[in-house]
Design a protein. Structure first.
Length: 413
C-alpha cells in the first residue's frame, strides 16, 4: 500500500489541479491510498469534490485556518505571529511558513497525520510545510508550481516576493519532481533555481464530445475570471474596444463580483455608455466551465505585460475556450502565444492596446468564414491534445517512475 497526501491551501472544490492529481492516482487502484488535504476557514463547511464521489480510496481532511468571519481573535494572534516571522526573516533571511501566510499555521501537523509516502503540494503556502513533513516521514515530495509565485502582481508585497523566493530556493531542490503550468514557467524555474526541468502540465479540461451551438446573430464576446473587475487582467481594454466596434457585439462577463459589488466596474461601463452591451453572468462551477463558454463566439484572454506570472502562465480559460469551440483573441505574451501557435485557434493582439484588440475583433466580425475556421482549429486542438486525459497520462507516467525508484531504494537498504 502506497499512501499519497495531496494538499492545497485552497478549498478542494475551488482548486483546479490538486483534485485531478488526487483522482488520477486513486484510479490506479487499491494499492494506492490517497489523503486529500485542502484548506478552509474555521466554521466554513467545504463543498464536496465531485470527482472523488466514486473513489473509495480517497479520504479528505480539511485544514482549518483563522478568518474574520468565525475566529477574529485567533486571526489577530496569527497575524501577530506572521509579523514576528517576517521580522525574523528580515534579520536572518530564513523563511517560515507562517511568515508567508496565516493559512500555513498547523498545516505541517495535518500533513504529518496522513503518514504518507508521497506528498504532492499545491500553492506556495504549502511548500515549506510539505518539505518538512516529507523529511520527517522520509517521503517523496512533488510540488505543483501552478503560478510564477514570486511575481504575481495584484497587490503582492515586496516582502512576500522575497519570502517566496527564499522558500522556493530552499525547497524546490528537495523535490523529486516539480510540475509547472506551462513550458515557460518550467524554463523560468530552471533559470532561477538551477533545478531539474519541471514537467509542464497545462490546465486543460476533460474531453467533451458535445458542445452548444453558437448564436446565429450578432457577435458574443466572452471573458471570465475568478473575480470580475478592472485591473491587471485587462478587462478595461475590452470595454474600450467595445466602444469602437458595431453595437451588435456584446461582452459577456462571468465570475464573482469584487468586494465593492462591482460598483467601480459598473461606473466605468456607464461612463463608456455600454450598459446595454455588457452582460454579467453569475459564477460557474469548474465542472461547467466548457459548457458555460460554449454559448459564445470569441473567448478573450487580456492579460497585461510587466508581471512575470501573466507573461509565463497560461490561464485555464484559454483551454476551456478551445474545448468550447470558440475563436480566441489573446494578449501577445510568451505563454499565450505558444498555445495559439500550436492550436491555430485565434489571433494575438498587442497587450494593453484597446485599439489593436478592437482591430482583431473586427477581423472576425467582418469575416465569419475566418471566425469559423479559427473556432474549428481550436476545437480540434482541444480534442487532439489540449485535454485532461492527455495531460494526466504524462503525470501518471512520471508518478509511476517515482514509485519504482522509491521501491528500488527501499529494497537496496
Amino acid at each position: 500500500m502506497i499512501k499519497v497526501c495531496v494538499c492545497t491551501s485552497n478549498e478542494g472544490a475551488a482548486e483546479p489541479r490538486a483534485p485531478r492529481h488526487a483522482a488520477a492516482i486513486a484510479q490506479l487502484g487499491s494499492d494506492f491510498q490517497v489523503m486529500f488535504v485542502d484548506s478552509a476557514p474555521i466554521g466554513h463547511e467545504p463543498t464536496s469534490v465531485e470527482m472523488f464521489c466514486h473513489l473509495s480510496n480517497v479520504r479528505r481532511l480539511t485544514h482549518r485556518f483563522s478568518s474574520r468571519a468565525k475566529s477574529i481573535l485567533r486571526l489577530a494572534v496569527d497575524r501577530g505571529r506572521q509579523q514576528l516571522g517576517r521580522i525574523y526573516f528580515k534579520v536572518t533571511g530564513l523563511p517560515t511558513a507562517g511568515a508567508l501566510s496565516t493559512k500555513a499555521f498547523g498545516l505541517e501537523r495535518d500533513l504529518l497525520a496522513t503518514n504518507a509516502d508521497f506528498f504532492i503540494a499545491h500553492n506556495v503556502e504549502t511548500l515549506l510545510p510539505a518539505v518538512r513533513a516529507a523529511a520527517r516521514r522520509d517521503g517523496v515530495l512533488i510540488f505543483d508550481s501552478m503560478e510564477f509565485h514570486s511575481d504575481m502582481g495584484d497587490g503582492q508585497s515586496s516582502i512576500e516576493q522575497r519570502i517566496i523566493r527564499a522558500v522556493e530556493r530552499h525547497c524546490l531542490p528537495k523535490c523529486a519532481l516539480v510540475l509547472a503550468s506551462s513550458d515557460q514557467i518550467a524554463d523560468a524555474l530552471v533559470n532561477e533555481y538551477r533545478i531539474t526541468r519541471p514537467l509542464p502540465l497545462y490546465n486543460v479540461p476533460p474531453k467533451q464530445n458535445e458542445i452548444s451551438a453558437k448564436p446565429d446573430h450578432g457577435l458574443a464576446l466572452y471573458w471570465r475570471n475568478a473575480v470580475v473587475g478592472l485591473g491587471q487582467r485587462g478587462l478595461d481594454e475590452a470595454l474600450v474596444a467595445l466602444t469602437r466596434i458595431p453595437e451588435d457585439v456584446s461582452l459577456n462577463l462571468q465570475g464573482r463580483m469584487p468586494r465593492d459589488g462591482g460598483c467601480v466596474l459598473k461606473m466605468r461601463i456607464a461612463e463608456l455608455g455600454l450598459q446595454q452591451r455588457v452582460i454579467f453572468h453569475p459564477p460557474y462551477s469548474p465542472d461547467d466551465a466548457v459548457k458555460e463558454a460554449s454559448h459564445y463566439h470569441i473567448g478573450l484572454c487580456l492579460e497585461r505585460p510587466g508581471i512575470r506570472n501573466h507573461e509565463l502562465t497560461v490561464s485555464n480559460k484559454i483551454f476551456d475556450y478551445h474545448m468550447a469551440g470558440l475563436a480566441i483573441v489573446a494578449s501577445d505574451l510568451p505563454a499565450l502565444r505558444s498555445v495559439l501557435e500550436r492550436s491555430g485557434g485565434g489571433l494575438l493582439f498587442e497587450p494593453g492596446s484597446a485599439t489593436d484588440l478592437a482591430k482583431k475583433i473586427l477581423t472576425f466580425y467582418n469575416d465569419r468564414e475566418s471566425l469559423n475556421r479559427f473556432a474549428t482549429s481550436a476545437r480540434q486542438f482541444a480534442m487532439r491534445e489540449g485535454n485532461r486525459e492527455v495531460e494526466m497520462k504524462k503525470f501518471i507516467a512520471r508518478f509511476r517512475e517515482l514509485c519504482s525508484l522509491r521501491t528500488t531504494a527501499r529494497i537496496e537498504r
